[in-house]
Design a protein around this ligand. Structure first.
Ligand SMILES: [Ca+2]
Length: 194
């Protein structure tokens, strides 16, 4: 073994147990947050996630860009004023827990966001009668989103509001009053409970 290789091997031995401990502390509650699995062989819709739309569903898994793994989710404009679409992950929530919902977003350099296009992460908090108790939004991304560098967006350490028993964790593409063109990619979406 060459000296450099020996050093590498030692570093790996030192680092591995720490990396393992960190992973077991932080468990991603969202399945398929990396968008590596599609609903079926015939569909590019993501497994686990529930799509929603005001009209057309212009979203799907792609290998055109990836923050992690080989694929990400691409959402494109319907080109209709005030249109919206996205995907939701629905889960019961526990009073007193704190939730961090995050993902990495990239503008599509071949077809960048234009007009009043904007995206966001959203948590819709629901009571046991399914009424919305409150809604929490991340910072928005828009036509200024980077085409070169994945940017992290998040909703951090949110405690469920009073009466909330379920939450809908969503990725939203909103077209705004002038309508929108263009696409963005999102990948490595995580939900952490503490
Ligand atoms: Ca991925």
């Amino acid at each position: 073994m060459k000296p450099v290789m020996q050093v590498m091997a030692c570093l790996l031995l030192l680092v591995s147990p720490l990396a393992f401990a960190a992973d077991s502390d932080v468990q991603n509650l969202i399945e398929n947050g990396g968008f590596e699995q599609s609903l079926s062989e015939e569909s590019d819709l993501p497994a686990v996630w529930v799509p929603f739309s005001s009209k057309s569903t212009v979203l799907g898994i792609t290998n055109a860009a990836a923050y992690s793994g080989e694929k990400s989710l691409k959402l494109s404009g319907q080109e209709v004023p005030n249109a919206f679409q996205g995907v939701n992950f629905i889960m019961p929530v526990t009073a007193g827990s704190r939730y961090t919902f995050s993902g990495y977003v990239l503008n599509d350099k071949k077809n960048p966001l234009k007009g009043t296009a904007h995206g966001m992460l959203v948590i819709e908090w629901k009571a046991s009668n399914n009424k919305e108790v409150a809604r929490t939004l991340s910072k928005l991304w828009d036509s200024g989103l980077s085409r070169l560098r994945w940017e992290r967006f998040s909703i951090d350490n949110m405690e469920p509001p009073k009466d909330a028993v379920t939450a809908i964790f969503g990725i939203h593409y909103c077209e705004g009053k002038d309508g929108a063109k263009g696409s963005f990619f999102i990948d490595e979406v995580t939900l952490i409970e503490k």
